[in-house]
Design a protein around this ligand. Structure first.
Ligand code: FE2
Length: 385
């Protein structure tokens, strides 16, 4: 455990710099520290929610003095004359004093990108072991966070069983396709998913805003020839594109594409979002890729459209590169969950004798991450709204 060895108040009390025993030094602004004060007048002890607005903090807030060291610092603010204690570990966890700017397409450290080299080592879990609070549930949810997908075996072979998978961590997101939808061959399909055609790797429903962030596909029958499920890590595809051609990343992340679906009566869904979505600081946060629902792209300047299309084509080639995919054939009672903002799924065509019957539903990633985080911290108090 590192401890605070020394600290210094910065010019005119505008901030504070703390030095830890492991050699780390971090600066914090006075206004930032005051806004994030942990005392009971600033945050409700029961739920951790902030009781004040920024307007309650004097504009000329500065640090008047500080004392302590080791495990915590006590900081006194002027003009309020208020003293607040900050644990050193809390300061480290919430530090923002980074030296280097991050380059476009950087990926959060908890995420591990992959390609077909994963082979048979696919993240997997056993439905029968997924008791609330169990290590098995934790590990399965953590795999979804890290790899963007996980398989699940040992589930019941009964219609609607996929709802029990969603209930392990959160709630189903209902759409115009229903609480869940049937994925099997139909005579007059409202969606090409309901045919025996192969489907290029895609994310689902990019025509929604926001998109469904998780999808569960659950197998009830799969005796037809073919119909294997394939998954591709869209974040790895973005990494490859960025490394080959940074401008291609800039084009696909810097302009909105458009997506649409109007395949059934009373439904006309449209969205305008980039195929590769970066946060304002360049973090890679989402991929939308779906040839079936791509609408005319109208928001790329004429001078850039040819290059945009070249980047779009190359991104698709990387996604289709066989070395990128992992594949498996689901057996009845098996399912998989994908982070639909990251991992693309595909299906090989199927035909002939036998049958293929999957059920699919959507759910929300924030709920999954919340359940996982609560399992990790065992803290019941919430900070929200
Ligand atoms: Fe799909």
């Amino acid at each position: 455990m590192t401890s605070i060895e020394s600290f210094a108040i910065l010019e005119d009390g505008s901030g504070l710099e703390a030095h830890w025993s492991d050699g780390v030094s971090l600066r914090f602004h006075a206004i930032w520290l005051r806004d994030n004060a942990l005392d009971a007048e600033t945050r409700w002890p029961g739920n951790g929610q902030r009781l004040i607005t920024l307007d309650d903090i004097p504009r000329d807030t500065r640090i008047k003095g500080a004392e302590g060291g080791g495990a915590e610092l006590a900081v006194t603010f002027a003009p309020e004359g208020k003293t607040v204690r900050f644990p050193g570990a809390w300061l480290r966890t919430n530090a923002y004093d980074r030296k280097a700017r991050r380059s476009p397409g950087w990926i959060a450290p908890r995420i591990e990108t992959w390609d077909g080299g994963l082979g048979a080592n696919l993240p997997d879990g056993d439905f029968r072991a997924m008791a609330p609070g169990s290590t098995e549930l934790h590990d399965w949810l953590a795999a979804v966070r890290r790899y963007g997908f996980a398989k699940l075996s040992g589930g019941p072979v009964e219609s609607g069983a996929l709802l029990k998978v969603a209930a392990l961590f959160g709630y189903v997101r209902e759409t115009n396709y229903g609480e869940w939808f049937e994925v099997r061959t139909e005579v007059n399909p409202t969606n090409l998913a309901y045919t025996g055609l192969g489907l290029q790797a895609h994310t689902d429903n990019p025509y929604r805003d926001p998109v469904p962030t998780l999808q569960i596909l659950y197998c009830l029958e799969n005796s037809a020839e073919g119909g294997d499920s394939m998954l591709v890590d869209g974040f790895r595809a973005v990494e490859r594109l960025r490394d080959e051609d940074p401008r291609a990343l800039a084009l696909l992340s810097g302009h909105c594409a458009r997506f649409e679906y109007s395949g059934s009566a009373g439904v006309r869904l449209t969205s305008r979002r980039p195929m590769i979505e970066l946060a304002p600081d360049g973090e890679l946060i989402g991929v939308r890729f779906n040839n079936r629902s791509a609408a005319p792209i109208t928001d790329v300047p004429y001078e850039d459209m040819a290059d945009y299309y070249a980047a779009y084509r190359r991104f698709g080639e990387i996604i289709d590169d066989p070395v990128m995919a992992v594949g498996f054939k689901l057996e009845p009672g098996e399912s998989f969950i994908v982070d639909n903002t990251r991992v693309l799924h595909a299906r090989k065509g199927y035909c002939g004798t036998g049958s293929r019957w999957l059920q699919g539903c959507y759910a929300d990633k924030d709920g999954l991450l919340s359940t996982l985080s609560a399992l990790e911290s065992k803290v019941t108090g919430a900070v929200g709204e």
